[in-house]
Write a protein that binds this ligand. Structure first.
Ligand code: ATP
Length: 456
């Protein structure tokens, strides 16, 4: 898009009007206090990246307030958010004190929809050692932008007029690191050589943005990624490390983003090509077998769970983890702080395999297959199915798609109407009915009643 010297008219015309009004309101409040306000990050990137005449749909907006280095202004982001909260009582405020960041959230708001607005105080980050959590201190906008991941995410538009002697004007694009050139050349570029050492989750972000935006990772940046991985940066992502819980939480969030996106396949391939799966476990590799399994499980999930009740991204992650030796799986799952049932599934997979696989081929009747598999959890059987031989896989598929859905033709009430007194025997009767239904011995209510009367 043509870059005008002042981006405010573009911003105004492309944002939904209520959002523009909200931003103007925050800018006025900042200006009244003598602070500078900027919109930064993804919002600016997307403004410059998409067509001039298209509406800019933002659900997350990142603002930075620059409080002129006065100690008292350390919390200027929080102060601003508090003020706005009073003007917009439908919003919810949450404050992350440590990082001087405040978020205003609107939930299903009739006007602002599900808007998430972050207001941060301009900050610099110091990394006491690589991959540590950022320690934050109030600082200027340039330094705030310098701590960001990629040049295309380190752009800002100034929303307040400058104070004396400041170089930028209201509406100016602040591009200290060549983000605009990289946007035009469609390149993902880090701001400095140490970026991935400082924060290995950026490797996953680089892949996510590259694939999602159809950008390429600029060669030097790719070298930095490979260097970070070769130098064992992923060791920082182990829970034994002091800073790891925060980092692994972010790594899991990035993995979720990637594995639930429609572009998960090229993203996973790219992660593997870069060697980045080693961040999950140093031996994890996307072998042809694993690539087949993950595509297979995705097709199964698509078919078995069209409503997306199960967390497909998580199950994809589990199949990746299950390619590791048994003893390593739980460690990785715990390390990524996966939910309990997920950890349990990867831990128990081999156990259920030894219980099921030798028995399954011996089962002739559908009711016998049902009997064997019924006590196992559905998703565990999906994992097992995808990793099994074609013969076993076929039977498990039959169970998952058909047998597990079958219900007895009669229920307790029907038995009562047939004159049987409620008793523990009901359970047995219903089981027999179910088995007979599974084996197609009975197909309708009449046959079911005759079956019961005959047997009891
Ligand atoms: P999306 O459209 O996916 O939401 P986004 O750029 O808004 O993209 P977020 O994850 O919401 O992405 O992050 C907001 C901004 O925060 C980014 O644009 C980037 O400047 C900065 N950021 C986020 N994560 C990191 C990180 N790990 N390291 C450095 N900067 C980061």
């Amino acid at each position: 898009p043509a870059l005008t010297s002042c981006l405010l008219p573009t911003l105004k015309s492309r944002l939904a009007q209520p959002i523009w009004q909200l931003l103007s309101c925050i800018a006025n409040e900042a200006q009244d206090r003598g602070w500078n306000l900027y919109i930064v990050g993804g919002g600016v990137r997307d403004l410059l990246l998409t067509e001039d005449d298209k509406p800019l749909l933002l659900q997350d907006i990142d603002l930075v307030v620059d409080g002129f280095h006065r100690a008292a202004d350390d919390r200027s982001g929080v102060t601003l958010a508090n003020t706005i909260r009073e003007k917009y009582p439908q919003s919810r405020l949450s404050i992350h004190g440590e990082f001087q960041t405040a978020a205003l959230l609107w939930h299903k708001d009739p006007i602002l929809d599900n808007l998430w607005l972050d207001i941060a105080t301009a900050r610099t980050e110091f990394y006491p050692y690589p991959a540590a959590n950022p320690e934050v201190e109030a600082s200027s906008i340039r330094q705030d932008l310098y701590r960001r991941d990629f040049t295309i995410n380190a752009l800002a538009v100034r929303l307040t007029p400058p104070r004396k002697q400041e170089f930028s004007r209201k509406g100016d694009l602040l591009d200290f690191f060549g983000g605009l050139i990289d946007l035009k050349a469609r390149k993902i570029r880090v701001l400095h050589a140490n970026s991935f050492i400082e924060d290995p989750t950026r490797i996953y972000r680089a892949v996510r943005f590259a694939v999602r935006l159809h950008f390429t990772i600029e060669p030097q940046t790719e070298e930095y990624i490979k260097y970070a991985i070769d130098s064992g940066v992923y060791e920082r992502l182990r829970l034994s490390d002091r800073q790891a819980p925060a980092l692994t939480t972010r790594l899991r969030a990035e993995l979720k983003y990637i594995l639930q996106a429609e572009y998960w396949k090229p993203a996973l391939k790219l992660l593997a090509d870069l060697g980045a799966l080693r961040c999950l476990h140093q031996d994890l590799q996307l072998t042809p077998q694993l690539w087949w399994e993950i595509r297979c499980i995705s097709r199964w999930l698509y078919y078995l769970d069209p409503e997306n009740q199960l967390q497909h991204w998580l199950i994809r992650l589990e199949i990746l983890i299950c390619s590791l030796p048994t003893s390593e799986r739980e460690i990785v799952a715990v390390n990524l702080q996966l939910p309990k049932d997920s950890i349990q599934r990867v831990r128990q997979l081999d156990q259920i395999a030894t219980e099921i696989i030798p028995q399954l081929p011996k089962k002739q009747l559908p009711s016998e297959i049902y009997q064997l598999l019924n006590s196992y959890k559905y998703v565990g059987l999906i994992l097992l199915g995808v990793r099994s031989s074609p013969e076993i896989r076929k039977i498990l598929w039959q169970y998952l798609t058909k047998l597990s859905q079958v219900k007895p033709i009669l229920n307790g009430n029907d038995l009562k109407e047939l004159g049987y007194k409620p008793s523990p025997l009901y359970k047995q009767m219903l089981n027999d009915l179910l088995a007979a239904t599974l084996d197609s011995k009975i197909t309708n209510q009449q046959e079911a009643e005759a079956f019961i009367k005959d047997k009891y």
